[in-house]
Write a protein that binds this ligand. Sequence first.
Ligand SMILES: [Zn+2]
Length: 86
Amino acid sequence: MSANTIKKAKALAKDGVVKVEDDLYQVKSSSNAAKSYFVTSETCECEGFKNFYKFHHGKGLKANCSHLEAVKLFKKIYEKKSVKET
Ligand SMILES: [Zn+2]
């Protein structure tokens, strides 16, 4: 993963991730604030994620994108700390 992806993911985790339900998150697009993607812990609906499998098909690699990474960070930061909310 590129340093740029990580940078974007960090910014999104802080400010662009909304938990919709268990294992479903809405993540803002970093290039277009009016746009957002639904993301689970394994999948994202953005172009980058879809294209990954097109380009790396059959190599056994797992697709990644800044949104998926943002959700990972978001979980690390917010969901481990307190379970009080619900
Ligand atoms: Zn994505």
